[in-house]
Design a binder for this molecule. Structure first.
Ligand code: SF4
Length: 204
């Protein structure tokens, strides 16, 4: 199947979900369907290309979880619902404090300024180097991966925001298509995507 056909299939399915789903349930439903479909396509194409298992990403790594994560509104609504149903009060309080601290250090700052405080701004959902929202993590988190996690470690320690990290391109391509379509179907006021802390501050 050509890339253009995968792309068209994503758009067709998501538009149908948006049309059929009640407005108040549309965001989380779109994000869930988009992630499931995107992951299925990645698995299929990578298997066909003999790339199964080449990712070096492992639980407890987390170097990439210090970069800014842009999210569409459906992804953020799915995360909000997960927080509502899975977080204990202490986890919720901790997350709210981390949102405030992260915004204080990053909102309105240049890329260079944000990179300079990478070590102080881990993702609001990273706890002891493990993702608290892994089953509903954003599409960027699903797309970012490395065939050699040492490259991620070096990029983080050297503060290289644009470092080249070897990966498998179809994963980035198709999960990016899914996110763009989610953002097109349901946007933030004036924006297709927002940094994760800003998005969650808006919803929780
Ligand atoms: S949502 Fe999870 S996977 Fe994504 S950056 Fe945050 S901790 Fe990492």
């Amino acid at each position: 199947m050509a890339e253009g056909a995968w792309d068209a299939a994503v758009r067709e399915v998501l538009v149908r979900v948006a049309e059929e789903c009640p407005q108040e349930e549309a965001g989380p439903r779109l994000a869930a369907v988009g992630c499931e479909m995107g992951e299925y396509m990645v698995a299929k194409v990578e298997a066909d290309q003999g790339l199964e298992g080449v990712s070096d990403c492992r639980k407890g790594c987390g170097w990439c979880c210090h970069a800014q994560v842009p999210v569409s509104r459906p992804e953020a609504e799915w995360l909000r619902d997960w927080m509502d149903t899975h977080f204990q009060a202490a986890e919720r309080d901790d997350t709210l404090k981390r949102i405030a601290r992260n915004l204080d250090l990053t909102k309105g700052r240049s890329l260079d300024e944000r990179v300079a405080v990478w070590h102080r701004t881990p993702c609001i959902f990273l706890h002891e180097n493990v993702c608290r929202v892994y089953p509903v993590r954003p599409l960027v988190c699903r797309a970012w991966h490395a065939v050699d996690k040492e490259q991620c470690r070096r990029a983080f320690l050297a503060r290289e925001a644009n470092a080249e990290v070897d990966n498998t391109p179809f994963r980035n391509f198709i999960l990016g298509v899914v996110r763009d379509e989610l953002a097109r179907l349901m946007s933030w006021p004036g924006n297709g995507v927002l940094p994760l802390p800003e998005a969650m501050a808006f919803l929780v």
